[in-house]
Design a protein around this ligand. Structure first.
Ligand code: NDP
Length: 401
């Protein structure tokens, strides 16, 4: 029985709100706040229609902690679920500390003017949250999120030592647009165009952007080209997995997507450096975001599936072991249930369940935590019931790369 404040009314915020509305024993009262209140109102209308729940909405610019503090004081939630943009993470954590409110997010902090995401800024809040007796859970989406929990589960139940992890994210869906990103275009393109990076033998190794590729046959999705990228969960998993020798992250991209991206990069449209246009400073990537389809608008005609999981190798009882755990999610089924596509859905459902476990007192411990530092069992026992069941296999052959 708790009041929750959800910040961010985008694709992920919509799913989190629908799913919190479904979990009515825990989330007894819901306030959805975002920069543009009309978007909150549209989601509230949809939640009323599909989930038969009434939620409240508010306008909030969360860049300034004062605004969030004011709203929290008025609403008095036990928890803030932050599904706005990574730029707001620290400001919202400050507001939580000032008001004695728990915190959960799905993406780590990024400064606006530098395409660099690292946990150091949020990890620096650990002592403050501990002292305040508050729990902050970081990265509780799918990747980061459910993939980290798969690793914690594997570490707890399947391995004595984990030697390598390959996180593999496949979207075999089709939305019918020439070019669109499945979550916030600005954050997505900043992530994809940076240099690749993986961890091996105690050090980080870099690659040119999307220069390492291998085809892989994903269950229910078929053979897709997956590309090595740097992704934020690698940083925390390197710290939290025992005996790790290598960890990499792979994502699938189609040729059409990559061609568009290359052209946009070549003409400077993915740059985050402001340029003068008719006397005004504009950031090309932010302008590009404004003309691309909104991620939440892709759902209605999306077909196909996603398959995201972890390929793990290591040792159990003195024997080499290979283990692969994944979820398959269907875009059209997500639309039917909560008017979303599978990327927002696979992010929003773990966020809701993490929030539920925190509020139910199961995942509550003062400090700042990555999800793999929580007990994976209660999450794994329930996540299938909320729409993201998992499959475990023991592959015979190694990965092709
Ligand atoms: P969207 O761009 O669709 O939504 C972001 C929302 O945040 C928008 O409604 C936006 O408002 C709002 N917002 C932006 N700035 C502010 C502000 N200063 N104050 C209040 N609200 C603000 O993004 P997504 O829903 O796709 O993604 C949400 C988060 O989820 C991102 O941080 C993303 O990185 C993360 N994510 C995590 C994944 C995972 O697996 N862990 C996967 C996918 C996404 P407005 O409508 O006015 O622009």
């Amino acid at each position: 029985m708790a009041r929750v404040l959800i910040i961010g009314a985008g694709g992920v915020g919509s799913v989190v709100t629908h799913k919190c509305a479904q979990a009515k024993d825990t989330f007894t009262e819901i306030l959805l706040a975002s920069r543009t209140e009309e978007k909150c109102k549209a989601i509230a209308k949809d939640v009323k229609k599909l989930q038969k729940r009434t939620i409240k909405t508010a306008a909030l610019d969360a860049d300034n902690p004062k605004n969030t503090i004011k709203l929290i004081k008025a609403w008095q939630p036990e928890l803030v679920i932050n599904v706005a943009l990574p730029y707001q993470d620290l400001a919202i954590m400050d507001a939580c500390l000032a008001t004695g409110t728990h915190y959960l997010d799905t993406a780590n902090y990024e400064p606006k003017d530098k395409a660099k995401f690292e946990y150091k800024w949020q990890w620096a809040y650990k002592k403050k949250f501990e002292k305040a007796g508050l729990t902050a859970i970081l990265g509780c989406g799918f990747d980061p999120g459910q993939t980290n929990i798969y690793c914690a589960w594997a570490q707890k139940h399947h391995f004595d030592e984990i030697h390598s992890v390959d996180i593999m994210d496949c979207n075999a869906g089709s939305h019918g647009k020439a070019f669109a990103t499945n979550f916030n275009p600005e954050i997505n393109i900043r992530e994809i165009t940076q240099r690749g990076k993986f961890w091996e033998d105690g050090q980080w190794k870099e690659t040119d952007p999307l220069s390492l590729m291998t085809p892989f046959d994903f269950a229910e999705c078929g053979v897709k080209d997956m590309y090595l990228m740097y992704h934020e969960e690698l940083e925390s998993l390197v710290k939290n997995l025992k005996g790790l020798k290598r960890i990499r992250f792979w994502m699938t991209f189609g040729q059409q997507y990559l061609t568009h991206l290359r052209v946009l990069e070549n003409v400077g449209m993915t740059s985050i450096k402001p340029i003068k246009y008719e006397g005004k400073d504009i950031v090309p990537l932010q302008f590009l975001k404004a003309v691309l389809p909104k991620p939440e608008s892709l759902g209605e005609n999306y077909s196909g599936k996603t398959n995201i999981g972890c390929w793990i190798e290591g040792v159990k009882n003195g024997q080499f072991k290979r283990y692969y755990i994944y979820n398959v999610c269907d875009h059209a089924a997500c639309w039917k249930e909560v008017h979303s596509q599978a990327i927002s859905y696979t992010t929003g459902v773990p966020a809701m369940l993490g929030a539920k476990l925190l509020l139910d007192g199961i995942w509550r411990k003062p400090g700042v935590w990555n999800v793999e530092q929580m007990d994976p069992d209660p999450f794994m026992a329930d996540i299938g019931n909320w729409g993201l069941p998992w499959v475990e296999t023991a592959p015979e052959k190694p990965l092709p790369i």
